[in-house]
Write a protein that binds this ligand. Structure first.
Ligand code: ZN
Length: 111
């Protein structure tokens, strides 16, 4: 059963919505404040935490200067894409996944 994640534009929290089928129309409302101004988030790779978990643990700061924890790597990049409602390119996602496992892209290593 697919799960869609939405970010509320009013309170910025994330709501997960279970849908019965991929073609079913989803009328999601924010589970935190009831707003219907929701932005659909890209679906996450299963092994990653949900957005709300990450935000709760690390806060919503996460600029490029805050990358100490490998799990934070790429978070900022993903956020930018999400804000524009864009899918993170597969290539970029792969780089992020590798970086989180300690294998930084050459461009970063050479600096
Ligand atoms: Zn809300």
């Amino acid at each position: 059963m697919p799960i869609y994640e939405y970010r509320c534009e009013d309170c910025t929290r994330v709501t997960s919505v279970f849908v019965r089928s991929a073609s079913a129309e989803v009328r999601a409302t924010c589970e935190h404040c009831g707003s219907s101004k929701l932005t659909k988030l890209i679906s996450k790779v299963a092994r990653l935490r949900t957005n709300s978990d990450v935000l709760e643990e690390y806060g919503d700061g996460g600029g490029p200067e805050g990358i100490r924890d490998p799990r934070q790597i790429g978070r900022w990049v993903e956020k930018r894409f999400e804000e524009y409602g864009m899918e993170v390119p597969a290539e970029t996602r792969e780089q992020i996944a590798r970086a989180r496992e300690g294998d930084l892209p050459d461009a970063v290593k050479d600096v």
